[in-house]
Design a protein around this ligand. Structure first.
Ligand SMILES: Nc1nc2c(ncn2[C@@H]2O[C@H](COP(=O)(O)OP(=O)(O)OP(=O)(O)O)[C@@H](O)[C@H]2O)c(=O)[nH]1
Ligand SMILES: [Mg+2]
Length: 392
């Protein structure tokens, strides 16, 4: 190989070539690539190593899959995550970026942590308790170039497609462009678009429940035509949320299932590592206009609360508390999508009583100039509202 390389690179090449264990070999090859020269003459060599890396990862993946199939005997389906809590955040990043460590540090979960690749082999949920609500965090197995074509990668991306928010996990101890390119590339190949469109209409296909339409006041037209349309399309169970003013066309776009629009933010990990400060600044410069970027260090327990609240904000939800006059408000909130109105809250408490026999609602806002207001069914709610519902 005629390429000019550094002694560091040569040393790492020997280590890599002498390593036999497949998982370890992947780690050594990644290290090798991270110290590779970046001049023109080395491009070809680097491309070959990258290709090799992808092959090794595919091989490891295949072995793990076989192993899983053996263990589960084809019985219960592993890696299928049932949504729970007020909202779900999927953590997606390259392997070893610190996803499990981060989840362990804000939940009671005890996910395996290791400095070898693919420690977490399947989508794995954990529950984050934040004040009075629960947010489900799901660690997706590490993504790599081409993972959307591999079985386990497809499964992970299917979870990401249906999630409420994607957290792109970027390891500040390593090159950020490389990580971003892989993650964004894989999501794009899976037709998942991030923060691309502030979705005015949100659709959720569900197993049962019929047509559940929220935020009907935001629909630009007669809501009856939405129902007619769903019936005509033979869609029986669905949640349609009009979060902002939306037209019929926007509803149709939202129902196009081949493209998923998902909210996203970036969580930068290992803020304690050498060089992390400069990489964080680089991340902000390059991606700050597309994503909120939250720096953390699980090792130093830094900004973990900040991260949890950033998750909350990105779920676009609000909490309202019901109250019976003369009593304390309920401790547990009703969680609703942003843009919800009194009717949405009333329907969640008791549709028959509080919507069909609605008399009035009183909203109590401690931090507002007007602390108590009597409102109707279409009154928009705010996070933290306390609400008293009265029926005839
Ligand atoms: N310096 C530093 N190292 C960390 C931090 N968080 C995690 N690590 C290390 O990074 C390595 C990978 O951590 P994991 O939490 O297993 O990473 P992961 O993203 O879940 O990895 P996979 O499940 O294998 O894809 C481990 O050796 C951790 O000790 C951190 O905040 N600072
Ligand atoms: Mg993990």
């Amino acid at each position: 190989m005629p390429t000019n390389v550094t002694p560091e690179f040569d040393r790492q090449r020997i280590i890599y070539e002498e390593t036999e264990d497949l998982a370890q070999r992947i780690v050594e090859l990644e290290k090798l690539l991270s110290v590779a020269p970046n001049h023109k003459g080395a491009e070809r060599m680097i491309a070959d190593y990258r290709k090799k890396l992808a092959q090794l990862k595919a091989l490891l993946e295949k072995r793990k899959e076989q192993e899983r199939a053996r263990r589960s005997g084809g019985g219960v389906e592993e890696g299928v995550v049932r949504k729970e809590g007020a909202g779900q955040i999927c953590l997606i990043g390259i392997t070893n970026s610190g996803k499990s460590t981060l989840i362990n540090s804000v939940t009671n979960a005890k996910l395996d942590v290791g400095d070898y690749p693919f420690t977490t082999p399947i989508p794995t949920p954990a529950m984050l308790n934040l004040e009075d609500i629960n947010i489900q965090l799901v660690e997706l197995p590490g993504v790599f170039e081409g993972s959307h074509e591999a079985g386990i990668g497809r499964q992970a991306l299917a979870v990401a497609r249906n999630t409420d928010c994607i957290a792109l996990v970027i390891d500040l101890s390593q090159d950020i462009d490389y990580q971003m390119k892989i993650i964004l590339g894989e999501l794009d190949s899976a037709r998942i678009r991030l923060n691309k469109e502030k979705t005015a209409v949100r659709i959720e296909k569900v197993g049962l429940g019929g047509h559940m339409i929220y935020g009907a006041h935001n629909y630009d037209g007669d809501i009856a035509e939405v129902k007619e349309f769903l019936v005509a399309r033979r869609i029986t169970n669905i949640i349609v949320r009009f979060q902002k003013t939306a037209t019929f066309q926007q509803l149709i776009d939202a129902l196009d299932t081949s493209v998923a629009y998902v909210r996203a933010l970036v969580v930068a990990t290992k803020g304690d590592a050498e060089g992390s400060g400069a990489r964080f600044r680089e991340l902000e410069e390059k991606y700050g206009d597309r994503f909120d970027i939250v720096p953390t260090s699980a090792a130093r327990k830094e900004n973990l609360d900040g991260m949890s609240w950033a998750f909350y904000r990105h779920l676009d939800i609000l909490r309202v508390y019901t109250k019976i006059p003369g009593k304390q408000r309920e401790r547990k909130p009703i969680v609703l999508p942003e843009g919800s109105v009194v009717e949405d809250a009333a329907a969640k408490v008791h549709k028959e009583l509080f919507v069909e026999r609605f008399r009035s609602a009183v909203i109590l806002r401690d931090n507002d100039k007007i602390k108590r207001r009597v409102v109707g069914l279409s009154y928009p709610l705010q996070d933290g509202d306390v609400i008293q519902l009265a029926h005839t």
